[in-house]
Ligand binder design. Structure first.
Ligand SMILES: Nc1ncnc2c1ncn2[C@@H]1O[C@H](COP(=O)(O)OP(=O)(O)O)[C@@H](O)[C@H]1O
Ligand SMILES: [Mg+2]
Length: 366
C-alpha cells in the first residue's frame, strides 16, 4: 500500500492459514527522495509529460519489487509460498465527479510480478468506477470482516493524506457505509514543509502551539461544498492541494496559526462526517499515520464527546498497517472470485471482483 501522503510503501505479509489472519511481518519503506519528488510534481502539475508518467510507472514498480524481495528474504519466506501480492499502486489522480469519471494508480504490475516471481493483483478501483461507483474507499469491506462488532456501532477512521471513515453498524442487516471526509494529513504536511522544511508536524506540536483562526476555518468549512455534500463521495490530494489552500490566502496569517487551523479543519471535518452517518456510533477506532498526531487525536476525543476514541491497536491491528492488510485481503477475495467493493459505500451498480490478475508464467521471473 502506498497512500496519498507519498511517505512510502507499507508492506504486510499476511498468513491466511490462521483462523484469524495474522500479519507475520509489517514494515514501511520510505520512497527514495527523487521518486517521491517526481511523484509530487506529477500529481501537482496541471499538465504532465507522458514519458515521465510512463517512466514513473515502471520505477515505482521496481521500488515495490525491491521492498517485497527484501521483506521476503529477511523473513526467509520463498516467493513460491506467497499466493499473491495485492498492490494498490500510487494514485496519480482520482476524479469520480466529472464525466468521464477516472482514477489512475501507477506501479506497473507486470514489472512487479516479473521481478518478484509472485502473482500480482492490481488496479483495484476501476471496475467499481466502470460500474458507476466512486472506486473509493475500498477498505470498508475489510474493516467489516476485521472490526465488526455485534454489540457496538463502530466507526473506523483512517487518517492518511486524505481521511476516510467506515461505519460498521452492529446490526448486520444495516448497510456498511463510508466515505472520504476530506484532508487528513496532506495540508498539514504541505504547510509545515513549506514553512519549516520538515516532512511532518510530529505529534501536532507545531499546530498545538498556534491559535485557530476562526474566520479562516469558517470560510474553509462554508466555502468548500465537499464537506456538506451527500454520499457517495471520495476525493484526493490533487483536489485538497496547495492550490486549494492558496485560494484562502494563508500567507496573510501567521504561519503557526494556519497550521493550527488546518489541524482543526481535519478534526472538524472528520467529526462532521461522523455526524452525517445514518446512526450514532459509540466506538471509533483510528488508523493511518494521523493516529501518531497526538494533538489531532486529542481534538478528536474532544469533538466526538460520548463516542469512545482509540487506535485500532485496541482491536489487535497495528494502525499503520490496516490499509496494507486490506489490500492483501482484497487480492485474496479477487483470487477467490469474490467481490471486494461494497455498493453501499461506493454506489457502484453491483458488487464486483476487483482488479486485474498478473500471473507469472513458469520460468519468466527475473
Ligand atoms: N508522529 C507523527 N506525528 C504527526 N503526524 C504523523 C506522525 N507519523 C505519521 N504522521 C502522518 O502520517 C502520514 C502518513 O500516514 P499514512 O497512513 O501512511 O498516509 P497515506 O496512506 O496517505 O500514505 C505522514 O505523512 C504524517 O503526516
Ligand atoms: Mg503511507
Amino acid at each position: 500500500m502506498s497512500g496519498t501522503s507519498l511517505d512510502g510503501v507499507d508492506i504486510a505479509i499476511v498468513d491466511y492459514g490462521q483462523p484469524i489472519p495474522e500479519p507475520v511481518y509489517c514494515n514501511t519503506k520510505p520512497y527514495p527522495a527523487q521518486i517521491q519528488q517526481r511523484l509530487r510534481d506529477v500529481i501537482r502539475a496541471e499538465k504532465v509529460a507522458i514519458d515521465e508518467l510512463s517512466k514513473l510507472d515502471v520505477e515505482v514498480a521496481r521500488f515495490y519489487a525491491e521492498v517485497v524481495n527484501a521483506a521476503l528474504s529477511s523473513n526467509s519466506i520463498s516467493p513460491q509460498s506467497v499466493a499473491a501480492i495485492g498492490c494498490h499502486g500510487q494514485t496519480i489522480c482520482h476524479n469520480p465527479d466529472i464525466d468521464p469519471i477516472y482514477t489512475l494508480q501507477i506501479g506497473d504490475p507486470n514489472t512487479l510480478s516479473t521481478r518478484t516471481g509472485i502473482t500480482t493483483v492490481a488496479d483495484f478501483r476501476r471496475r467499481d468506477m466502470a460500474l458507476g461507483g466512486q472506486g473509493a474507499p475500498l477498505a470498508p469491506a475489510f474493516h467489516q470482516t476485521r472490526f465488526h462488532s455485534n454489540r457496538h456501532n463502530r466507526v473506523i477512521i483512517n487518517i492518511g493524506g486524505i481521511a476516510n471513515i467506515t461505519y460498521l453498524p452492529a446490526n448486520q442487516h444495516e448497510a456498511v457505509t463510508g466515505f472520504d471526509t476530506g484532508p487528513g494529513n496532506t495540508l498539514l504536511d504541505y504547510w509545515i514543509n513549506r514553512q519549516q522544511g520538515l516532512k511532518q508536524d510530529s505529534n501536532g506540536d507545531w499546530a498545538a502551539a498556534g491559535q485557530v483562526i476562526t474566520a479562516l476555518l469558517d470560510t474553509m468549512l462554508t466555502n468548500e461544498p465537499y464537506f456538506q455534500r451527500s454520499t457517495p463521495k471520495s476525493t484526493g490530494t490533487e483536489y485538497f492541494s496547495p492550490a486549494w489552500l492558496k485560494a484562502f490566502s494563508p500567507e496573510n496569517f501567521t504561519a503557526i496559526d494556519v497550521q493550527a487551523t488546518l489541524l482543526e479543519l481535519t478534526a472538524r471535518t472528520i467529526a462532521l462526517g461522523i455526524k452525517q452517518l445514518p446512526d450514532v456510533a459509540t466506538e471509533c477506532y483510528v488508523c493511518g499515520g494521523g493516529v501518531h498526531n497526538g494533538y489531532l487525536m486529542q481534538r478528536l476525543y474532544q469533538l466526538l464527546g460520548d463516542c469512545q476514541v482509540s487506535s485500532t491497536a485496541e482491536l489487535a491491528v497495528d494502525p499503520d498497517f490496516v490499509e496494507a492488510q486490506a489490500f492483501a485481503w482484497l487480492a485474496r477475495e479477487t483470487l477467490n472470485h469474490r467481490p471486494g467493493n461494497l455498493p453501499s459505500v461506493t454506489h457502484a451498480s453491483a458488487p464486483a471482483v476487483l482488479g486485474g490478475v498478473f500471473q507469472i508464467p513458469p520460468g519468466t521471473s527475473e
